[in-house]
Ligand binder design. Structure first.
Ligand code: FES
Length: 384
């Protein structure tokens, strides 16, 4: 049972409802991306909520006020009840989004998702060429399948949203990545430079691009964006810079336990997708109502408000904008989740970010040397 005592001054009286529900339906996945944000020890969490347990979670979250529901994983397509879950979510009035690698998607499934009322599908790619894509995905068929399914998503009338996680091994292909997206008639393209959580953090030295690589990619994206806008082209390019090249932290999750609620495959409720690694007790939907979890549990209140903050955040005039940054990043880099996110140049730990940038300037081993996300490796990590 989680500790439900709260050390924070923010109370349920001042806290608004969750708006965004992320349902991590499963940790199972046919791919092995070395930058996956799932926990390193995912192999030890075998149980998954049943169909009726998920629908109960959706119902409770909707009653609290949640309006957007993302289905993610792992690969959510491996859940055989996905159509049923989509239909239930749609009946409850959610705007639904499937976040998928496209592996396991078929024309028939796509039609079933449409009939069930799915609003939005995002397909992720690893690279713009088959060889690098498949090497990163750990699958020889991945690229071909993704191309076919991206086209099928478009043909089914969905807005096509493509996601490329970029890093030092594919970021120099940015021009080809954008050209591929235009050839696929993408409506939105997220060029998201890898953020370092889970497996990506484990592989950070081998993934972080150099400053020159990042600057080049951003310049190319800006050039394409200007060109597309001038032509009145419908495709929108979104470029996400990695935290490691910022001087101020992001307001992660728009504030801890503020609008975002994530449920892991086994029913653990988290204020963000990475919080499972923190030395904080988080409640399970199998033991508590979502209302209790959201408003009253220790885990969700742990970093709400400002009273938990040590210096330099406590007296910082930017704290209401960035909330001290990301708690998970603070924990991963300092061992203390209440520290200022070291991304911030005011943090006494900012030198760790500078050291990572310096490391990125050094030659790094090839893709094959990265640690790929799979059950076997996860089990070895669990045994520690
Ligand atoms: Fe957990 Fe930022 S990812 S607080």
């Amino acid at each position: 049972m989680p500790n439900t005592g709260s050390s924070c001054t923010e109370t349920s009286a001042s806290q608004g409802p969750p708006l965004w529900l992320l349902a991590e339906l499963t940790y199972r996945c046919p791919l092995q991306c070395p930058y996956c944000s799932n926990p390193l020890d995912f192999a030890q969490y075998k149980t998954e909520l049943s169909t009726s347990e998920w629908i109960d979670v959706f119902t409770q979250a909707r009653a609290l006020g949640a309006a957007q529901l993302g289905f993610s994983g792992g690969e959510p397509l491996v859940r055989e009840d996905l159509v049923e879950l989509i239909a239930a979510a749609r009946d409850l009035g959610y705007y639904t989004n499937l976040i998928s690698s496209g592996m396991g998607l078929t024309q028939a499934k796509l039609e079933a998702f449409r009939d069930a009322g799915l609003d939005h599908i995002q397909i992720s790619f690893q690279a713009s060429d088959e060889q690098v894509n498949n090497l990163l995905a750990g699958s020889r068929k991945a690229f071909e399948q993704k191309l076919a399914m991206a086209r099928a998503v478009k043909a089914a009338g969905y807005p096509m949203v493509l996601n490329f996680v970029t890093h030092r091994h594919n970021i120099d292909q940015i021009e080809r990545i954008i050209e591929l997206c235009l050839a696929l008639e993408a409506d939105f393209v997220e060029l998201a430079t890898c953020q370092y959580y889970g497996w990506a953090h484990l592989n950070r030295a081998g993934l972080l691009p150099t400053k020159a690589q990042l600057d080049h990619a951003e310049a190319v994206t800006n050039r394409y964006r200007a060109q597309l806008e001038a032509e009145g082209h419908p495709c929108k390019l979104i470029f996400v810079t990695p935290d490691y090249y910022e001087e101020r932290p992001k307001g992660c999750m728009n504030g801890w336990g503020n609008i975002f609620l994530s449920i892991t495959p086994d029913g653990t409720a988290l204020p963000c997708h990475s919080a499972r690694q923190l030395p904080v007790s988080f409640p399970s939907v199998k033991e508590h109502s979502l209302s209790h979890i959201w408003y009253d549990s220790f885990g969700f209140n742990r970093f709400r408000g400002y009273d938990w903050m040590p210096e330099p955040c406590r007296s910082c005039d930017e704290k209401e904008r960035d909330f001290g940054g990301c708690r998970c990043q603070a924990y991963m880099l300092t061992g203390d989740a209440s520290q200022a996110d070291p991304v911030c140049s005011k943090s006494p730990h900012h030198h760790k970010i500078l050291a990572a940038r310096a490391e990125a300037e050094q030659p790094q081993p090839p893709i094959e040397a990265l640690t790929f996300r799979n059950e076997r490796t996860s089990r070895i990590i669990c045994k520690g």
